[in-house]
Design a binder for this molecule. Structure first.
Ligand code: GMT
Length: 376
């Protein structure tokens, strides 16, 4: 198949899923074309069957906001025309699904065969941004006019049906990880690079947005570190980084916290961790949590979110209500103080992730779905 993929190229779950999917499809022999304003975050090496098409948005003094959506739609039409795309797969509804609709109309006006449009909903495009009144109608329209619709969790599919009153099928296709890269032990990091022999390594990976509740991460870590020797590894950066640094300073935790900044290969450091914290206010799935589990790291996350489909409570992690940092810390302390249980959780984390979310399984679900939409 010839597949066009559009995603946000910056560090963030939706772009990462889109990139990893494109890479896996290319490995399976499909021709994959990324169409975006910059090279996607994890698309950092040449790969057979994979091409990148940059969208230029010419500026003009009249434009306060250069019209990226128009140039993106034109580029989608151009790539479809030149490479005979069968499918345009949009990751994150806003504005990509609307652009794909426009591209199709453009191609129809030129009597060129139109591709099928599939939109994958990732989370904040529904829960935060899409439901804002200024985006609601156009998001609903783009969802309804897509030929196929997928959501990364049942939680998100239900939310979409409820918020947008969508009646068409929303296929749940969970996020996935590459089992050759994300695995316990076998990567580049050495734990003693970060901690002393008697210390535990606790980590958090995100784009440091408010929804991640970084203050809770620091709060939970502080409580744990009062009971067991530990260091906190923070990977990523974003709007909340400055605030996190301030909080860490204020709590005198500087010598216990390591900031690694943004990393495109988190699998190089995750296997060194003993525990992963993801106390987000909202999470449609929690890809970072899955990548930690895949590396054999138990996760403490928030109940009432899509993480309930990722973490097996009391088997490979714990789920607590958003903001209950005391319960989260207590569970973390008990786990780290019990070597036998910690080992069992680590093994269960890797095994559960592999069983449910390995790329080989999930990418086949996408391939199947593409064929269904093409034939239907
Ligand atoms: O989590 C973010 O802030 C990034 C965001 C995105 O769209 O890039 O992530 C969303 O999509 C990920 C991939 O499907 C999911 O794993 C995340 O749970 C989801 N984030 C939220 O729902 C807050």
């Amino acid at each position: 198949m010839n597949v066009g993929i559009t995603c946000y190229p910056v560090a963030g779950g939706s772009g990462i899923v889109a990139t990893e999917l494109g890479q896996e499809l290319a490995l399976r022999g499909h021709k994959v074309h990324f169409i975006s304003y910059a090279m996607p975050f994890r698309l950092d090496r040449f790969q057979t069957n994979l091409m990148y098409h940059e969208v230029d948005t010419t500026s003009y003094p009249l434009f306060k906001f250069p019209p990226y959506t128009l140039t993106l739609a034109s580029k989608m039409a151009e790539v479809t025309r030149n490479f005979g795309l069968d499918i345009l797969h949009m990751h994150y509804a806003i504005p990509h699904a609307a652009c794909a609709y426009l591209a199709k109309q453009l191609l129809a006006s030129q009597n060129i065969k139109q591709p099928r449009v599939i939109t994958t909903l990732h989370g904040t495009d529904i829960t935060l941004v899409g439901s804002d009144p200024s985006y609601y109608d156009i998001t609903r329209f783009s969802i309804n006019t897509s030929d196929g619709l997928t959501a990364v969790s049942k939680y998100l599919a239900d939310e979409t049906r409820e918020v947008f009153k969508v009646e068409k099928e929303i296929r749940v296709i969970h996020n996935f990880f590459n089992e050759k890269r994300f695995k316990p032990g076998g990567n580049q990091c050495t734990k003693t690079e970060f901690v002393a022999n008697n210390e535990f390594l606790i980590s958090h990976v995100s784009n440091f947005r408010a929804v991640k509740r970084i203050t809770d991460v620091v709060d939970i870590f502080e409580k744990i570190s009062l009971e067991v020797p530990a260091k906190l590894l923070l990977v990523g950066e974003g709007p909340e980084t400055v605030m996190a640094r301030r909080q860490i300073n204020k709590k005198n935790l500087n010598d216990k916290v390591i900031f690694l900044g943004s990393q495109s290969r988190v699998e190089a450091v995750l296997p060194c961790s003993d525990l992963f914290l993801m106390p987000s206010a909202e999470e449609s799935f929690g890809l970072a949590a899955l990548e930690a589990l895949a590396c054999g790291v138990p996760v403490i996350g928030s109940s009432g979110t899509g993480m309930m489909e990722v973490i097996d409570d009391y088997q490979d992690g714990y789920l607590f209500p958003v903001g209950d940092t005391t319960a989260m810390a207590r569970a973390g302390i008990a786990l780290l103080k019990n070597p036998q249980r910690l080992m069992e959780f680590k093994q269960a984390a890797a095994a559960n992730a592999l069983k449910k979310f390995r790329a080989e399984k999930i990418v086949s679900e996408y391939e199947h779905y593409y064929r269904e939409i093409l034939n239907g």
